[in-house]
Design a binder for this molecule. Structure first.
Ligand code: NAD
Length: 260
């Protein structure tokens, strides 16, 4: 048995820079032989696009597309381009989230209606919405993988609004797995340990959390983007053909500890 993604077409969302978990995943999917399409969050000056193009250059993706998940036209255009280029899709990596600063510290009860809806729309609704467009293209079955965090299950200081978004995301994984299973489309989440990235730097005390994990987790360290990428590659491969609707912890074992 071998982990082989040759001939599989993969959409990877959420690369912002070379620290992004999505970049760790894209590299491992590429190494396993998958064809890649990547999306970036477009900004007015085109800086994000330039950054992402520079980062992904070594793996030379077939497609590099703008896709703000709050923009339905861009989401539709992304899957249209994939359909036109490949005809079928096998893998979707949902590796994006957002919460306004006010939702990532301070009092949970003072989070505004606007910050709450925006975070849930970007971080939670988007998974099902991407699945809606992926479904007709996954004609030979498929694998959808999203990224979550323990803060969606237990209270973690400052994770606040994102905790609610991740709880909703993990439940979305189960409902989507149930809906899409008959089409042999599997849907799973990876619950990653804390890693320094652009997004995690917005969460107050992330460095303390990493140090805490290094002290407490069974493996006495936190994890890397490439380790998350390895698990994503496994979940997208035929080796994981019997796994759907699950949240797999890639966290150096931290989740099992009672005296966290
Ligand atoms: P990151 O900042 O590299 O990635 C977040 C991505 O979300 C960026 O590429 C950003 O452009 C994208 N994004 C934000 N709003 C968007 C929108 N409206 N449309 C499209 N894309 C949008 O940080 P990361 O840590 O690699 O985050 C990736 C995923 O991993 C997130 O879901 C995050 O919650 C999850 N995660 C991170 C950690 C961690 O410690 N870093 C731990 C567990 C889970």
């Amino acid at each position: 048995i071998m982990l082989d993604l040759t001939g599989k077409n993969a959409l990877v969302t959420g690369i912002a820079n070379n620290r992004s978990i999505a970049w760790g995943i894209a590299q491992q999917l590429h190494k396993a032989g998958a064809n890649l399409a990547v999306t970036y969050l477009p900004d007015e000056k085109g800086r994000f696009e330039k950054k992402v193009r520079d980062v992904v250059e070594p793996i030379n993706p077939s497609l590099i597309l703008p896709c703000n998940v709050q923009n339905e036209d861009q989401v539709e255009a992304t899957f249209k381009a994939i359909g036109d280029t490949w005809g079928k899709l096998d893998i979707v990596i949902h590796c994006l989230a957002f919460a306004d600063k006010e939702g990532l510290g301070g009092d949970f009860s003072s989070i505004s209606r606007e910050a709450f809806s925006q975070s849930l729309e970007i971080s939670t609704f988007s998974l099902g919405n991407l699945a809606k467009y992926a479904k007709p293209l996954m004609t030979e079955g498929g694998s959808i993988v999203t990224l979550t965090y323990l803060g969606g299950v237990k209270v973690i200081p400052n994770y606040n609004l994102m905790g609610v978004a991740k709880a909703g995301l993990e439940m979305s994984v189960r409902y989507l797995a149930s809906e899409l299973g008959p089409d042999q489309i599997r849907v799973n989440a990876i619950s990653a340990g804390p890693i320094r990235t652009l997004a995690s730097s917005a969460v107050g005390g992330i460095l303390e959390m990493i140090r805490h994990v290094e002290a407490v987790a069974p493996l006495k360290r936190t994890v890397t983007q490439l380790e998350v990428g390895n698990t994503a590659a496994f979940l997208c491969s035929d080796l994981a053909s019997g796994i759907t609707g699950q949240v797999i912890y890639v966290d150096a074992g931290y989740e099992i500890m009672g005296m966290g």
